[in-house]
Ligand binder design. Structure first.
Ligand code: GLV
Length: 389
């Protein structure tokens, strides 16, 4: 039995077990991947202040996100195609999150449908919405999420048009994979993945196939996004969606102070400072670098979350200390899922929890609420000196 000491251990196993096409889908940023890389490397620039002789008994990582109790300030981010990383991936990840006491966010572009996940879990999960031109379809989708008792809506704002990830084009990414010689050769090395996949009927975009019309190739993420996603999405439409949902709403993909102000005005409960894991606008600043400015701009008006680059509990600590009330992991839990299903996601969460707890202790803090900028050493030029526009 392999000993899992950190997220990298899970990534190594994941890389061996998942089809190359899906590993590459997860492990890509757009174009040059500068933003994808800097999401991680910018975390490394921030250091921690070691404190000693502080009573560290009775520590807790528990807190709240949008008023809901969480075992630590970490939610599972919405990630498309989880059911291709591992058979029934969305159900397994949701179960792991439930066992752990953190939110699971189901992507619109999931393989298992909203109803599949609701039927096979006990606690409510969150639902992530991509807005589509077919308003009737969006209305029905929101109703399905309500019927499934989803306890928060995450509206993604930074993917009206999809960023180009070179590897996906070269691999001919599709769900399920097309029966080409290249794919057969790759799948022959991933027998465990194939065996699990043979035992599930869930191999298509479950929220879409059979529910939406107007796309010729229902296995292509790129065709869906190009034909269905709403390029005309604006703040008026966002306000309408918030009103329609009539429950906790989180706006994801905010990376600019002016947009953060708009989000606070439009009546959302929280924002996610995010550049979509570096998968959209390559050249944008990392999420952790933008976080302090956004906290300064709207932190007193709206709850702030962040994602992008979190691979450890120390990263969570840094984001929280810079003002995030919650964080999201995407790739970090996908590595666990692709490596060993539900157990792998639980393992990823446990690694992060332990790192967070130990780092808090060594920084002399016992509660999440006690984490502030004073536990960090942030380089003077961390946010960068950019000319005013
Ligand atoms: C969204 O679905 C993505 O691929 O980033």
């Amino acid at each position: 039995m392999t000993v899992i000491t950190n997220i990298e251990d899970l990534k190594r196993i994941y890389r061996r077990r998942a089809p190359k096409m899906f590993y590459d889908y997860c492990e890509s940023g757009s174009w040059s991947e500068q933003t994808f890389r800097e999401n991680v490397t910018d975390f490394e620039k921030i250091r921690l202040r070691q404190r000693v002789a502080v009573d560290m008994t009775g520590r807790s990582t528990a807190t709240q996100m949008v008023g809901q109790d969480v075992a630590m300030p970490v939610a599972l981010a919405p990630v498309g195609l989880l059911g291709m990383q591992h058979a029934d991936g969305e159900i397994l990840a949701a179960r792991a999150a439930e066992a752990f006491g953190v939110p699971f966010t189901l992507s619109t572009m999931s393989i298992c449908s909203i109803e599949d996940v609701a039927e096979r879990t006990q606690k409510p999960f969150w639902f992530q919405l991509y807005t589509m031109t077919d308003e009737d379809y969006v209305r029905r989708l929101l109703q399905r999420a309500k019927d499934a008792k989803c306890s928060a809506l995450v509206i993604t704002l930074d993917l009206q048009i999809i960023g180009q990830r070179h590897k996906d084009l070269k691999n001919g990414l599709s769900a399920p994979p097309k029966p080409t010689l290249k794919n057969w050769l790759d799948l022959s090395l991933r027998w465990r993945w194939g065996l699990n996949m043979l035992q599930t009927p869930r191999r298509h975009f479950g929220n879409i196939v059979g529910h939406a019309q107007g796309v010729d190739d229902p296995s292509s993420l790129f065709e869906w996004t190009a034909k269905q996603f709403d390029p005309a999405l604006d703040w008026k439409k966002v306000a309408k969606l918030i009103e329609m949902w009539d429950g906790p709403t989180i706006l994801k993909g905010i990376l600019d102070e002016e947009d953060a102000r708009m989000a606070a005005e439009v009546g959302a409960d929280a924002i996610v400072v995010s550049n979509h894991g570096g998968r959209q606008l390559d050249g944008a600043l990392s999420a952790i670098r933008m976080l302090p400015r956004i906290v300064d701009a709207v932190g007193d008006r709206i709850e702030i979350h962040m994602d992008g680059g979190i691979r450890s509990g120390q990263d969570v600590l840094k984001a929280v200390a810079l003002g995030a009330k919650g964080t999201y992991v995407g790739r970090a839990f996908v590595y666990g899922l692709g490596a060993m299903g539900q157990q792998g996601v639980e393992s990823a969460l446990e690694v992060i929890r332990k790192e967070l707890d130990t780092s808090m202790a060594l920084c002399g803090r016992r509660r999440i609420e006690d984490l502030g900028r004073d536990v960090l050493l942030v380089p003077e030029d961390f946010e960068g000196r950019w000319q005013d526009v």
